[in-house]
Design a binder for this molecule. Structure first.
Ligand code: GLN
Ligand code: ZN
Length: 804
């Protein structure tokens, strides 16, 4: 006999909710605490109130307070870090921060997340195909695993005191290890998954403690099971089976609910469903509905409840409630116990459409943010229980919203469609890279001639100071006029140009002061987009973005499909101030898509092509204005990469094509740069090559240039700027450290192709650290230039066998 509780799985639930707060309360509280402006008690009070406010809101929206339908899915920084903390999995390089029992306190956790003077933080990387970033656990053969249930238990207890029986949430054991990386001291070939047998008992102990604290259900998230992994599916199936049969065999535990958001678990559905877990979530939006054969797994006597992720947690459109209800009724009619849920945690969408009072009411009527989605889920579950008639009004309203959306003006624009239809493919070719390289080398980018070897540059943005933000806010609210704002921005650009000259950078930028956000700014100057006021979503830690809503056909604003150049006035102004080359900065089509809520009524490839054509006009206008280097950022190229290998070639095909459509209209001597924001290149390295950019800057500092091995192996021969300053933390790298990284880089790539730059834009940094870090960066490049250059000034590139 086990003492597993038997409370049924709730009929309606969500797997997670926005954590940052309706007015970004968590962001403000975290940043105040980190800056020493508030106490730990104040931070904890804000966090506790946010959790309770969430529970109250969810209950008001129709979820049950007492039936475990409320996920305790809050996190101060990141849910993967929280899971690592609960497992006591403290990487060796942070071991000194743990107490005698191996536990990390709040401040120690922030050091793992943000680094300190002596050590870089854990690596940040994209969470599946989303714009959320998680902290990558570092696991070696000796990383300790020790249950530390205090935080989880406290959440359950505090909620109970306020009348909420919540469902604690952890990343599940298999995903936790698949999301981890081998720590630096692990022997070659070590795979964190090898440690599964030691990890599962620690989960079992956490479950025991949670049961003792009164938790009826626990949610274990296994999103890594919907993606192809480095290990074969059979090995994963074994891992899943071993982990969950062992966990469910434990005597004292809550009932186990496993989630598989962002796709379908495919062959892993079988071991999951048969392992003895009590409920299994499937993402019916990004994934597929179970086949007839798979359904049998849910029809058996002891089968888990099928928790249908029927409402999209990752996009903002109202659901087709009638269609979904029919689908759910079909499942339930087949003898499956069905509950209704979101397809993913709702933390990918903003809180509440009702806050967006400035949006066109028609557009607003098509949208559903977190609160609306909860209501949709509750409606579906009522419809499932009581029949479609019981929710006829809600179903009809949803259908009507979809109908008006399909026919609204701007959703389809004849001129845009005609132009896209006329694209033959001939537009995307440039001369061979070698020919362009020679044309660019011969070009006098500066008054003093060509660029030096190891040219220094930045990724585009300079610090967005309180003054810049204040001026923008005033301009928006009309407290300063357009002319004054314009003058302010021109002065800011001049300051940034002078600073770069003073620092001795080779390729300058205008600093992007006019841009609130690299995608939203473009959305504001293109037709087919709408922007929100309160629509913040968490990107990582305290960082949020406000994705735009791409609802219609896209073109430049202000005059038909050719529209008006909108970046040229700023970038042209910067160039007019200096002899050095100013790099024009644009955001690429894939990134504009990835960081917006995209329309779901046509293939992404079609939307991408429209955006690319609008950008192509902007690139042409920059070139015509005398800008010789244009950077088109595609930091999100990998983010949209399908999680299943079979789907990747088609994606890479259209995304690369969109980039080339945007960038290939220029002359040979115009240098095209691109910037990518992450460091796992293995899967996309040939696509990066396919972008055909002359120079590519990438993130590399945190992974200490590891990424270059992939590029080297793939024979990548274009210009490359691996980041040498991790701009995600306030730490200033020393000249020596940057030189060391550049030396590591030179072991993989020839000096003739190496550029020197930070990991990413500087908009979140302050001027003090920016100035110091860039000084070190320029000094490091100069020192190295001297070492690789003969006294006569001839680069020793021949030594590397690379020139000529
Ligand atoms: N040009 C952008 C900037 O510097 C690039 C930012 C990014 O890649 N996320 O801010
Ligand atoms: Zn970047």
């Amino acid at each position: 006999m086990t003492s597993t509780p038997t409370t049924p799985f709730p009929a309606a639930t969500i797997t997670g909710y926005p954590r940052i707060g309706r007015r970004r309360e968590l962001k403000k509280a975290l940043e105040a605490y980190w800056a020493g402006r508030s106490s730990r008690a104040e931070l904890e009070a804000v966090a506790a109130e946010l959790q309770l406010a969430t529970y109250r809101k969810l209950v008001e929206l129709g979820l049950g307070a007492q039936d475990a339908s409320l996920p305790a899915a809050f996190s101060l920084y990141d849910q993967v870090l929280d899971t690592a903390t609960a497992l006591g999995a403290v990487p060796a390089r942070f071991a000194d921060l743990a107490d005698a029992e191996g536990r990390l306190g709040l401040d120690a956790g922030f050091v793992l997340a943000r680094g300190d003077a002596g050590r870089p933080p854990l690596e940040l990387t994209k969470w599946f195909d989303t714009n959320y970033h998680y902290l990558v656990p570092e696991i070696g053969p000796g990383t300790p695993f020790r249950a530390d249930p205090a935080g989880l238990v406290a959440d359950v207890r505090r909620a109970a005191e306020h009348g909420f029986a919540v469902r604690p949430v952890l990343v599940g054991p298999v995903s936790f290890l698949l999301l981890a990386k081998a720590d630096d001291d692990a022997p070659a070939g070590f795979d964190p998954l090898e440690r599964l047998p030691e990890l599962v008992p620690v989960y079992a102990q956490l479950l025991r403690e949670l049961a003792a604290a009164g938790a009826q259900w626990v949610q274990l998230e296994e999103p890594a099971l919907v993606a192809d992994q480095h290990v074969p599916a059979e090995r994963l199936a074994e891992a899943v089976w071993d982990a969950y049969t062992e966990l469910t065999a434990a005597a004292e535990r809550p009932q186990v609910f496993v989630t598989t958001p962002y796709g379908s678990p495919g062959p892993l559905l079988h071991p999951l469903a048969a392992s003895g877990i009590e409920a299994l979530h499937l993402d019916l939006v990004a994934g597929t509905a179970p086949s007839a054969e798979e359904l049998e797994l849910f029809q058996e006597e002891d089968a888990p409840v099928l928790v249908a992720g029927a409402v999209d947690g990752h996009n903002v459109w109202r659901a087709d409630l009638a269609g979904r209800l029919a689908q759910l009724a079909g499942l339930s009619g087949a003898g499956v116990a069905v509950s209704v849920a979101s397809s993913t945690s709702l933390f990918h969408v903003p809180h509440d459409v009702a806050e967006e009072t400035q949006l066109d009411p028609l557009l607003r009527s098509w949208l559903s943010f977190a609160d609306q989605k909860v209501a949709e889920i509750v409606t579906l579950s009522r419809g499932l229980a009581d029949g479609a008639e019981a929710v006829a009004g809600e179903l009809a309203a949803a259908t009507e919203a979809r109908r008006t959306r399909a026919g609204a003006p701007g959703v389809r624009d004849a001129a845009v469609r005609e132009r896209a239809g006329a694209v033959t493919g001939a537009e995307i070719g440039r001369a061979p890279a070698e020919v362009r390289r020679r044309a660019q080398e011969g070009r006098s980018f500066t008054a003093s001639g060509p660029l030096p070897p190891l040219p220094t540059t930045t990724i585009g943005s300079f610090p967005q100071t309180p003054q810049v933000r204040a001026a923008r806010a005033k301009a928006r609210s009309g407290r300063i006029g357009a002319q004054d704002y314009d003058r302010f921005l021109r002065e800011e650009i001049e300051r940034v140009v002078r600073l770069q000259e003073e620092l001795g950078l080779d390729v300058l930028v205008h600093g992007e002061a006019e841009r609130n956000d690299m995608v939203q700014y473009f959305a504001e100057h293109l037709d087919g987009f709408a922007t929100t006021v309160h629509g913040w979503v968490q990107s990582y830690g305290s960082r949020c973005t406000r994705p735009s809503i791409l609802w219609g056909d896209v073109s430049r604003e202000g005059g038909g499909v050719r529209g008006e150049a909108f970046t040229v006035p700023w970038i042209g102004h910067a160039q007019s101030l200096t002899d050095r080359p100013v790099k024009g900065m644009l955001t690429g089509p894939v990134t504009i898509l990835a960081w917006s809520f995209v329309r779901d009524d046509q293939p992404l490839a079609e939307t991408a092509e429209q955006v690319a054509l609008a950008l192509r006009d902007e690139v042409a206008d920059l070139e015509a204005a005398g800008i010789g280097i244009v950077q088109v950022d595609e930091p999100a190229l990998r983010e949209l990469l399908p999680l299943r290998r079979a789907d990747q070639p088609a994606y890479l095909d259209w995304s690369v094509r969109a980039f080339r459509l945007a960038t290939s209209g220029v002359r040979d001597e115009t240098q095209i740069h691109t910037h990518l924001c992450y460091s796992e290149f293995g899967e996309v390295v040939s696509a990066i090559d396919g972008l055909d950019a002359d120079v590519t800057s990438i993130e590399a500092a945190r992974s200490r240039m590891e990424v270059l091995t992939d590029l080297e192996a793939a024979g990548f021969s274009r210009g490359i700027g691996p980041g040498t300053w991790d701009i995600h933390s306030p730490r200033v790298p020393s000249q020596q450290e940057i030189e060391g990284l550049l030396e590591r880089a030179l072991a993989h790539v020839p000096a003739s192709t190496l550029w020197v730059n930070p990991d990413c834009g500087l908009k979140t940094r302050g001027y003090a650290e920016t100035r110091a870090s860039l000084e070190h960066l320029v000094a490091a490049a100069r020192a190295l230039r001297e070492r690789i250059t003969e006294p006569a000034g001839v680069p020793l590139l021949v030594q590397h066998g690379l020139e000529g």
